[in-house]
Design a protein around this ligand. Structure first.
Ligand code: PLP
Length: 404
């Protein structure tokens, strides 16, 4: 008799953004006249940059001729893209990452969710609290956690690293040593960052305890301040303890095109075993690679025009972030983030729960945000707004929020 993976039963309710979507649909059905603005799910609104569109068109034409057609992509991705990534994202920042340590994929969400497969189910995990929910949920599905404790809103066996106002949303090193440590900086949802010195402490900690850091740098393109590392490999010794995830989604507006990559240095080991061959085996077995045309589009992001255009887009979103942050602060909200990340993290007024504030904002301002509690128990009484809206909607949304 077939049986399900009972670990799925430990997951409470639906995925955070599915629940947000459900409530918005319900509200719109009841109020068809409402003009609802979404600063909730972190999806981009600007169209793809012209340099990237040009590369896509050329690649599509290549697919239409026998001489230049491309079938299955190489397991790790096309060398033309991996070479560009190694040069621009790593070598130019002084990080010794080579093209064959880069695994091209269709995005960071899948890689962050799938990477745990190459680690035994007996590994303990540590996650920031609050944080992007995929890290915990994918480990729950794999049976690496205990049961969900409804009262504490926590999974047994998971080491939560509190990110609070008091510690500037940057966690302390844990006393109980985890085997796998998920770090996400610039952080979703708080928008906080670690300085290079702070991240170096985590790298040293992982190296001295034999832990592996899973570093999600999906928002590195939004870093504006000096002294904030764009890659964990800027820290000394990180190639011995860290895997890094990157995404083109927020860097170049590829949420609909789909492209990302994972870096696994050849020297990285867990329990004396190299991790690179395991991920290569997994990639080759279960994954067909990002489409040729999308990898060509990714290559164009690194061209001089591409770089100019995507930087302009990031600047546009960060101006939105500034508008939200200023507007909220002037209205008396306690708000942070929005300087090195496209997220603004605000304390709910009057000690409302995150979902109470969500419902109130939807009903009274017709603005959608994301309840902080959806990112972990430490997110309760907080709320996330994204800077990825259009300028017009961002200004309108801030006016409406501050009016209630
Ligand atoms: N990592 C973080 C921290 C994110 O916030 C997101 C998307 O919101 C992702 C990864 C997913 O990126 P991708 O679109 O490349 O799957």
């Amino acid at each position: 008799m077939a049986r399900i993976n009972a670990n799925y039963g430990k997951l409470p309710g639906s995925y955070l953004f599915s629940e947000v979507g459900r409530r918005v649909r319900e509200y719109k059905a009841a109020h068809p006249e409402a003009e609802v603005i979404s600063l909730g799910i972190g999806d981009v609104t600007l169209p793809i940059a012209p340099a990237v569109i040009g590369a896509l068109h050329r690649a599509v034409d290549e697919m239409g001729s026998a001489e230049s057609f491309h079938g299955y992509a190489p397991d790790l991705g096309y060398p033309f893209l991996r070479e560009k990534i190694a040069e621009k994202d790593y070598m130019e920042r002084g990080c010794g990452i080579s093209p064959d340590e880069i695994f091209v994929s269709d995005g960071a969400k899948c890689d962050c969710g799938n990477i745990q497969e190459i680690f035994g189910t007996d590994n303990t995990i540590a996650v920031l609290d609050p944080v992007y929910p995929v890290y915990v949920d994918s480990n729950v599905m794999a049976g690496r956690t205990g049961d969900y404790d409804r009262e504490k809103d926590r999974y047994d066996g998971v080491i939560y690293l509190p990110c609070t106002k008091e510690n500037g949303f940057v966690p302390e090193l844990p006393e109980e040593v985890p085997d796998l440590i998920y770090l996400c900086f610039p952080n979703n949802p708080t928008g906080s960052v670690m300085t290079k010195a702070e991240l170096q402490r985590w790298v040293d900690y992982a190296n001295s305890h034999g832990s592996v850091i899973l570093f999600d740098a999906a928002y590195e393109a939004y870093i504006s301040e000096p002294g904030v590392p764009h890659s964990i490999y800027e820290c000394e010794g990180a190639e011995n303890c860290a895997i890094e995830f990157r995404s083109f989604s927020k860097t170049a507006g590829f949420t609909g095109l789909r492209l990302g990559f994972t870096v696994i240095p050849k020297e990285l080991k867990a329990g004396g075993e190299a991790l690179w061959p395991l991920w290569a085996r997994r990639h080759g077995t279960k994954y067909n690679g990002a489409p040729y045309i999308v990898q060509r589009a990714g290559e164009a992001v690194y061209s001089p025009e591409g770089q100019l255009q995507v930087k302009e887009q990031a600047a546009y979103y960060m101006e939105n972030a500034g508008i939200i942050l200023e507007g909220l602060r002037q209205a008396g909200y306690e708000a942070s983030g929005g300087v090195n990340a496209p997220y603004i993290w605000l304390r709910t007024p009057g000690n409302m729960t995150s979902w109470e504030f969500f419902d109130r904002l939807l009903a009274e301002a017709n603005v959608v945000g994301t309840p902080g509690s959806g990112f972990g128990p430490g997110g309760e009484h907080y709320f996330r707004l994204t800077a990825f809206g259009t300028r017009e909607n961002t200004i309108k949304a801030v006016k409406r929020i501050t009016a209630i």
